[in-house]
Design a protein around this ligand. Structure first.
Ligand SMILES: [Zn+2]
Length: 88
């Protein structure tokens, strides 16, 4: 998943890039059915920006990862708080 910050904001706030492996609260797939339920509800929530593929399609939650049915891209991790209903 990509995040964009403009150069000016990065300069003002002295922001750098964080490597994917440095993000501590990522949960790798596979996930349990209850975790997939939470993630699917998160993806359909109108309150949060969903996980999207590189083409901007909304991923579908499955036990083996977040899957895009249009381009068949798969994301094999999600933030822990999207898997345990604590996002609600
Ligand atoms: Zn896609």
């Amino acid at each position: 998943m990509q995040i964009y910050v403009c150069y000016r904001c990065a300069e003002i706030n002295n922001l750098g890039t964080v490597k994917d492996d440095d993000i501590a609260n990522r949960m790798p797939a596979k996930w349990l059915p209850e975790q997939v339920k939470s993630l699917a509800a998160y993806q359909n929530s109108s309150q949060y920006f969903p996980y999207v593929c590189d083409q901007g399609d909304i991923f579908e939650a499955t036990t083996v990862g977040l899957f895009c049915p249009r381009c068949e891209q798969i994301l094999k991790w999600a933030y822990d708080w999207t898997l345990d209903w604590s996002w609600q």
